[in-house]
Design a protein around this ligand. Structure first.
Ligand SMILES: NC(=O)c1ccc[n+]([C@@H]2O[C@H](COP(=O)([O-])OP(=O)(O)OC[C@H]3O[C@@H](n4cnc5c(N)ncnc54)[C@H](OP(=O)(O)O)[C@@H]3O)[C@@H](O)[C@H]2O)c1
Length: 307
């Protein structure tokens, strides 16, 4: 199953979960489970910690569920960590303290994977390596990965970290195609915008690092919640191909991403059970999608054909 469930929309900022929030989260988790999803994605900061707390209550309500799931979370963003915004902290102390907090909120004793949420320019790779070794040795974290990192960041980290980096989670989908555009716009003026991520998809494929795509539904841009008139043309094509392929529009949007040979895992974030179910066949829809449909969706979303 190349779908994961993103838990960012569960819970509510900072407060203790209400029964209604837990019911809503349980319905989303159950639906995701029913369509075959086993990987659940968190971060220490989602809902100021309340997403993990709500999920922990769902696990407590459903004995035996935890062992059927793969649970990953992220650390490294400090909300309000600067005078006028957030900061990133990948120091040893911060990583260890963050994992302790996540385990307590989730009510579990081990994470299946920990991701570094964003690159921290003050971080020392040896410190990260040390934190990973401690977590691995004490059994609180089984596997490791990164998020929002380009190939150069990952290569730099790998020079110090002994644990395999299994995942890079990045924004990727029909609405945000940077990693794919970067691989095509070689020697083209438009390539400058994508230069920082050039080669990331290829690097991950070559080093057995799974690319997890966040925001893969584009927050509904092409399936009922357009952000502007430019989304409409793509949405119309998505509807047409949904009819032709006998699929839900959400599965067409995700199918476009899953057809890519990098074998991306799409981390869907809708909390609506109907929309979660609409994603179920995405992988098969990607396989059934013709090259003509795939290139037409890409051209529509980018607003102009490839060079
Ligand atoms: N690593 C990172 O830096 C990072 C950053 C952001 C997110 N993430 C992860 O990726 C996951 C998914 O991200 P995402 O939530 O942006 O992805 P998404 O699946 O593209 O979008 C889901 C959001 O869009 C809304 N939506 C989708 N289709 C809709 C429609 N047809 N009509 C109205 N609303 C619609 C959903 O609302 P409803 O719930 O009402 O359906 C939900 O708020 C997150 O949960 C998180 O785990 C990671």
């Amino acid at each position: 199953m190349r779908l994961a469930y993103g838990c960012m929309g569960l819970g509510s900022a900072g407060s203790a979960p209400t029964d209604e929030e837990v019911d809503r989260a349980e319905a989303a988790v159950r639906t995701a489970y029913d369509i075959g999803i086993r990987l659940f994605d968190h971060a220490d900061i989602y809902g100021g910690g309340s997403a993990e707390a709500v999920f922990g209550t769902v696990l407590a309500r459903n004995p035996g569920l935890r062992d059927q799931l793969e649970i990953q979370t992220k650390c490294g963003i400090v909300l309000g960590g600067a005078e006028n915004g957030n900061a990133y902290d990948l120091s040893r102390e911060h990583i260890l303290a963050s994992v302790e907090g996540s385990l307590a909120r989730l009510g579990i004793d081990r994470l299946d994977r920990l991701l570094l949420h964003r690159p921290d320019p003050l971080a020392r790779p040896e410190e990260i390596a040390d934190a990973f070794d401690v977590l691995r040795a004490e059994g609180t974290v089984r596997g490791f990965g990164v998020s929002n990192m380009a190939a150069s960041h990952i290569a730099h980290l790998r020079s110090a970290v002994d644990q395999p980096l299994e995942v890079d989670q990045v924004e990727l989908g029909l609405h945000h195609r940077d990693l794919i555009e970067a691989g095509v716009l070689v020697n083209h003026p438009d390539a400058r915008a994508y230069a920082p991520v050039a080669g990331t998809l290829e690097y991950c494929t070559d080093h057995a690092i799974t690319v997890q795509a966040y925001g893969p539904l584009g927050q509904g841009r092409f399936t009922g919640r357009p952000r502007g008139p430019e989304d409409e043309a793509t949405a119309a094509l998505v509807r047409r191909y949904a009819d032709e392929l006998g699929a839900a529009p959400e599965a067409v949007v995700l199918g476009w991403l899953l057809k890519h040979p990098a074998d991306v895992v799409a981390v869907i974030g809708t909390t609506d059970p109907g929309r979660i179910r609409a994603c179920a066949d995405a992988e098969a829809v990607g396989e059934a999608m013709t090259r003509h449909q795939w290139w037409s969706l890409w051209s529509a979303a980018r607003g102009k054909p490839v060079p």
